[in-house]
Design a protein around this ligand. Structure first.
Ligand SMILES: [Zn+2]
Length: 431
């Protein structure tokens, strides 16, 4: 192809894309879908279920027009704002002067959900090897995660910083935490999101998770992976952190004060895909510097950290001595890279009794906010600590907790048909 021809054909492509986009806008105006939903749809590539659309059409409308314009900007990758006629959300009720968001005291339950790093390559996760069942049980695919955050957003949840629910103070060398009042934009429900084991362990790299977090050419956190064909990939759509960063960019009202989530890290295979556990390695200084760059960008962009123990040990079962040695090692190898955090996310959700010597020992080491696993929101402050349960969002809950998860999202719509468990159910049903 000659240069001139190339230019001309590119022009035709641009023209065609323009016509398609205008066509979509026209269709959306007719169906009365708020633009935000459309934006979310395009962003996630998910097909919204009819009940979601119907249930949320009115509530999304209540969100003032600026966020609509912002979300459109996000989709366009920061290109100049579309003309006012296009940004106007189709509306049957007059919304001439959008009032500033009213802040109100919130006294209801605080949802806390957690994930493991996403399955970026289902063909590796569900390849029939000995890890397949574990991946089906404990992990979530990218399409599932996209549908989940889309639904949470449209159900009026808002990500909050975990430290907006507690206050810490060191008393007699012990970290203590008490509840703090929560004030939120009116109509929003608080949501804390955490990611366990965001370490990219060796087994994860072999089974369909990405390899590590890196900074891309724009200085943003991206996921680095080797795809099943052996090609290197750096992308922003292959794990929770970059996906949520982009989602919040497109929907700023999904985040209170820019909050994203809590990253719970162990230490036995380093952090975030950097083997910072190999403290004697020749390239330790480089590895550490690379990890610190990512840590620093994560902190700037609304992410916080928690201890998940150094060796992912069951805190309930191990002795005090082992628990404290494990915690000390975490503080030395991992905490030193992250900075102080009072949040301890129990491996296996296995908690220690309130007021026990184990809990006091953890308080001596700077922890006073303890997160376990439970089927529904649970938040309690007593004995100088805050205790919170988190719902596990994974194949097990998507298959079995449909009713309990209903306020957050419709698991029957979210669940990925690529899962062996879904295929097995279908096969049984068809018998
Ligand atoms: Zn874990």
């Amino acid at each position: 192809m000659k240069k001139g021809e190339k230019k001309q054909s590119r022009m035709w492509v641009l023209l065609a894309v323009g016509i398609i986009v205008l066509g979509c806008i026209a269709v959306l105006s007719f169906t009365g879908l708020p633009f935000e939903q459309a934006a979310a749809h395009f962003l996630t590539g998910s097909s919204s279920s009819p009940q979601h659309t119907a249930a949320n059409a009115s509530t999304t409308h209540a969100i003032s027009t600026p966020s609509v314009a912002e979300s459109t900007n996000g989709v366009n990758g920061g290109s100049p704002s579309p003309s006012p006629a296009l940004t106007q959300a189709p509306s049957s009720t007059p919304t001439a002067t959008p009032s500033p968001q009213k802040m109100v005291a919130y006294h209801g339950p605080v949802e806390h959900i957690f994930f493991h790093p996403l399955i970026a390559y289902p063909e590796l996760a569900f390849d029939g090897d000995s890890m397949t069942k574990g991946y089906d049980d404990w992990f979530v695919t990218i399409p599932e995660f996209n549908k989940i955050i889309d639904s949470l957003y449209r159900n009026n949840y808002i990500l909050i910083p975990i430290d907006s629910i507690y206050e810490t103070k060191t008393i007699d060398g012990k970290m203590t935490a008490t509840r703090k009042d929560l004030t939120l934009p009116e109509g929003k429900k608080p949501l804390i999101l955490s990611i366990d084991d965001n370490n990219y362990y060796d087994y994860m790299r072999k089974n369909g998770n990405i390899n590590k977090l890196v900074l891309d050419e724009n200085g943003e956190v991206a996921g680095y992976a080797i795809d099943p064909k052996g090609a290197e990939v750096t992308a922003r759509d292959n794990d929770i952190i970059p996906i949520l960063d982009d989602f919040v960019k497109a929907h700023p009202d999904f985040s209170f004060q820019g909050a994203k989530g809590v990253i719970a890290l162990t230490g036995y295979e380093g952090i975030l895909g950097y083997r910072t556990n190999e403290t004697g390695a020749a390239d330790y200084a480089e590895t550490k510097a690379a990890a610190l760059k990512v840590v620093s960008r994560l902190k700037e962009t609304g992410w916080t950290f928690a201890s998940h123990g150094w060796g992912h040990k069951d805190a309930g079962k191990i002795s005090e001595k082992v628990l404290f040695a494990d915690t000390d090692r975490w503080l030395k190898e991992v905490g030193s890279l992250l900075g102080p955090t009072p949040v301890y996310i129990y491996p296996y959700g296995a908690s220690v009794p309130e007021g026990s010597p184990k809990m006091k020992g953890l308080q001596d080491r700077g922890f006073a906010v303890f997160c376990s696993v439970g089927p529904a929101p649970y938040l309690k402050a007593s004995s100088g600590v805050v205790m919170m349960d988190r719902r596990h969002i994974d194949g097990l809950s998507l298959n079995d907790d449909v009713k309990r998860l209903a306020p957050l999202f419709d698991a029957t719509v979210v669940i990925d048909p690529i899962r062996p468990s879904v295929k097995a159910k279908l096969a049984t049903a068809n018998k």
